[in-house]
Design a protein around this ligand. Structure first.
Ligand code: UTP
Length: 294
């Protein structure tokens, strides 16, 4: 049995330039999907998967994110006095009881690989999860819980993956696969990883999304600080360096992924989650009318 996954790293130090000006003063991870900020979906998914220590790698100027994760004692007191129990419960759900939170600062936006490396001291010598909150996965069983269940058999490094249209491979990290269980919940052996290949050069259409289970050896690779695509220290490159030394698998998760770092993905997530909410029943008709009158 591989060691259990108790810790998760949330790299939240990015600049969110695709969402400017909305993200000028509000961190991208604080953009709401319906009425919960993106970070809440990520925290809830990690907690449901059994993670008990969450490490947020953030940047200066993102204090709204830290405030959101902290308790707001005065607000709680006001809600209590007014008897607003439902609202109090919603606040309490932001970070579930029994979960420890730590914060690390990434002093410069040197890339996702660098952000993960910033968490090395707190993670220590044990396997851990990485969750990118801008990828929201709508699923019955959360994406990370699905991965952890499968990790019990694969061990090593596990990357959540999904097929993308062949003409879009140049936007994603793409897998070169060996043995491939081509069904939802299946795993694919990873022989290589290519960052944003042109469609003609792509070894497959399987792309990595923002959920990873990694072994601590990744830190010694990231330590080299090698720059990759865009001059950034890429997590994909560091994982690629582990191939052959440790098992690396892609996991075809069950569920729908929304890339909320992108405007269309974020808008679709809002619509999809709103359509599932019994308290927002009227939205279906409103959307239908909007589309018909377009
Ligand atoms: P993105 O590629 O989406 O970059 O990062 P970004 O800066 O957040 O957004 P855009 O592209 O400018 O709009 C993917 C994930 O990696 C984190 C981000 O916070 C996001 O969760 N990240 C990226 C860091 O934590 N640090 C970095 O230096 C880069």
């Amino acid at each position: 049995m591989p060691k259990p996954i108790r810790k998760a790293v949330f790299p939240v130090a990015g600049l969110g330039t695709r969402f400017l000006p909305a993200t000028k003063a509000v961190p991208k991870e604080m953009l709401p999907v319906v009425d919960r900020p993106l970070i809440d979906y990520a925290v809830a998914e990690a907690a449901a998967a059994g993670v008990t220590h969450m490490i947020f790698v953030t940047a200066k100027g993102k204090s709204a994110l830290q405030n959101h994760l902290d308790r707001h004692v005065e607000l709680e007191a006001v809600l209590r006095t007014k008897g607003k129990t439902a609202e109090l419960e919603r606040l309490a759900a932001v970070v579930p009881d029994g979960v420890r939170c730590s914060v690390e600062i990434q002093t410069a936006p040197l890339g996702l690989g660098h952000a993960v490396w910033c968490a090395r001291r707190i993670v220590g010598d044990e396997p851990f999860a990485v969750i990118l909150p801008d990828d929201v996965v709508m699923a019955g069983t959360g994406c990370l819980a699905q991965m952890i269940a499968r990790y019990g058999a694969t061990g090593g490094n596990l990357l959540a993956v999904q097929d993308v249209p062949p003409e879009r491979t140049d936007r994603y990290g793409i897998l070169d696969v060996g043995n491939d269980e081509d069904w939802p919940g299946g795993v694919a052996e990873v022989r290589g990883l290519v960052e944003k290949p042109a469609p003609a050069d792509a070894p497959s259409t399987l792309s990595i999304i923002g959920r990873y289970i990694l072994q601590p050896e990744i830190f010694s690779v990231l330590e080299n600080g090698e720059r990759g695509a865009g001059g950034e220290i890429q997590l994909t490159d560091a994982i690629a360096a582990l191939i052959g030394r440790q098992p690396v698998h892609g996991y075809r998760f069950e569920g729908v992924r929304f890339d909320c770092g992108d405007r269309q993905g974020w808008l679709s997530a809002n619509v999809a989650f709103a359509l599932q909410r019994p308290d927002l029943e009227g939205i279906r008709d409103k959307l239908r009318r909007l589309i018909e009158s377009d």
